[in-house]
Design a protein around this ligand. Sequence first.
Ligand code: GAR
Length: 205
Amino acid sequence: MSPKKRGKIAVLISGRGSNFKALHDAIRTGKMNAEMALVFSNKEDAPGLGIARQRGLETLYLNPKLFTSREDYDKAVIHQIRKRDIDLICLAGYMRVLTPLFCQQFKHRIMNIHPALLPSFPGLHVQQKAIDWGVRFSGATVHFVSEEVDMGPIILQAVVPVLQDDTEETLAARILVEEHKIYPEAARLFFEGRLEIRGRKVFIR
Ligand code: GAR
């Protein structure tokens, strides 16, 4: 998108929302020229929704049980996003796999943060998987979302050491500190029009 326009961002969450907060903090402190137009959740009791409300942001919850299929649910979410003229969708601990329909509607305009160095350790419980493999380094990845889960073009990564006495919790906490740095940075690069996707690679201009 043009670097001059003030972009609109929607964040999709299912839980705590610390990455949503990091993104919003970057906007509040003027590090990113964007407006957070929607904080959406598939979980009514997601703590992140409460934080968003406290911050005066527009929030929305849609109950998946009221929809007959995953595609119908995603159609409703797409409608809400389109209504607000959103430029960038950030998945931040959104624990629902997007349907191909959703991915196609917003090609190269959906980002995700993942707590491992992709393509290693896609999926869930990846901090424990990194410990169990005995890798010396893990980290965080921000990538564009494609139909194949956790496999879209990589935008930014941060590396953290895996220590011998790490537990899932201690490693997750060390990775989270880096997540909160690279997610706002990736979104900022997007809104500055500096991300160019060629094939499966992202070039930063
Ligand atoms: C983060 O660690 C994020 O990387 C991870 O969920 C956590 C959400 O925390 N996402 C995934 O595992 C996606 N596959 P948050 O709600 O505090 O941002």
